[in-house]
Design a protein around this ligand. Structure first.
Ligand code: XIL
Length: 363
């Protein structure tokens, strides 16, 4: 505790009190928002978002299963509320995501008999989806995660239904369709674990291939589902540098730092992973010990130091949620844990990690 107080008292009284002010001139600061925030059902979190952030991402509302649950039926209301919220608050509005293998209904890939459709049919469905969704929010959603998680851990293309049915050019096609629907939109390739060198090399190759074909990919999104000990600041630094060297911008698109014991040996952010609950996987149900709180604050400061070092390449840092209570990490990959991965605690108060991040900005 003494350590933390010393830490907080190091912030000058004149320091900016909000994240968006602290990083003004460096990069945008965003948060993923839930439907309850944008529907006016969570005033506390909405107030934090308005005060602290200048960009939003939709946690779920623009994923295929939500916005296009059945053939020919689009569910735009929650997405409209999301975009309206962002516009009303003058925010940089992100679309997430157009082409992914998860949270995509099974019908997308199948015909009436349940067999896989062929390349032409799937390309047509992809075209219809992208044209409709991107077109509806043209010039209102500024940046789209066009393709999410196309790579496997070994750096090769993931064997998703998109790849199996269309072939490797599904990625280029998705970007072309998105560009056609909104030529001004900033188009992102988004993935996790790009800090791991093998997967990163695959992403570098993928971006180079797209660039060689003139495909308008301008940002690599590093999801940033990170841990207390992984990856090191040096590895994060090398990762951003590798993409910056390609001439693309980098966005940290889904930042959270998991302080709970890892549930699996393998580092992943695969949303389909599910691990049986065990008491030892949920050690801080009664509160986070001060030592872990401080370790988290230090970790956040170190990583923001890296993001700031690369402020020429890094355009946005978005947290995946607002307060610890909202985080998907309370229920993934183990249900019902008490997780502490964000900058605001369960009662909406800034944590030591918040102070640490602001302090990093004003150094
Ligand atoms: C997560 C959401 O936070 C959860 O609410 C949902 O149940 C599953 O998806 N990578 C991504 C995000 O690209 O879309 C995921 O979001 C987290 C991992």
């Amino acid at each position: 505790m003494i350590g933390f107080l010393a830490f907080v008292s190091a912030i000058p009284a004149s320091a900016p009190a909000t994240l968006k002010d602290a990083f003004k001139g460096s990069f945008l600061i965003g948060a993923a928002v839930s439907a309850s925030i944008t529907a006016g059902a969570d005033d506390r979190d909405a107030a934090i978002v308005k005060a602290q952030f200048n960009s939003i991402s939709p946690e779920n509302e623009l994923k295929w299963e939500r916005i296009h649950p059945q053939p020919g039926r689009y569910n735009f209301d929650p997405a409209d509320r999301y975009v309206n919220f962002g516009e009303k608050n003058h925010m940089f509005i992100v679309g997430h995501c157009l082409v992914w293998h998860n949270q995509t209904p099974a019908w997308v890939f199948r015909d009436d008999k349940g067999n896989f459709v062929d390349r032409e049919v799937l390309l047509e469905r992809m075209y219809d989806h992208i044209r409709t969704v991107v077109g509806r929010y043209k010039s209102r959603i500024q940046s789209w995660d066009v393709v999410n998680e196309a790579l496997d851990e070994d750096g090769t293309l993931r064997q998703s239904p998109w790849l199996k049915i269309i072939g490797p050019d599904y990625i280029a096609k998705a970007f072309q369709f998105a560009h056609e629907a909104d030529p001004a939109a900033i188009l992102n390739y988004n993935d996790y674990n790009l800090e791991n060198e093998t997967k990163r090399n695959g992403a570098v190759k993928l971006i180079r291939d797209l660039q060689a074909q003139g495909i308008p990919v301008s940002v690599v999104g590093l999801q940033g589902h990170l841990h207390l000990t992984w990856p090191s600041a040096d590895v994060e630094d090398a990762t951003i540098a590798a993409f910056a060297a390609l001439g693309v911008k980098v966005a940290i698109t889904e930042l959270d730092i998991d302080a709970l014991p890892p549930a699996t040996r393998k580092q992943t952010a695969d949303v389909t992973l599910s691990v049986q609950a065990r008491a030892e996987l949920n050690p801080y149900a009664a509160g986070l010990p001060a030592s872990v709180q401080e370790a988290l604050a230090k970790r956040y400061a170190d990583l923001f130091g890296v993001f700031l070092k690369h402020r020429d390449a890094v355009t946005r840092v978005t947290f995946w949620g607002v307060t610890d209570g909202d985080s998907w990490l309370n229920n993934w990959p183990v249900k019902g844990r008490t997780s502490y991965p964000l900058l605001f605690d369960r009662s909406g108060q800034p944590k030591p990690a918040f102070e640490a991040v602001v302090r990093e900005a004003i150094q």
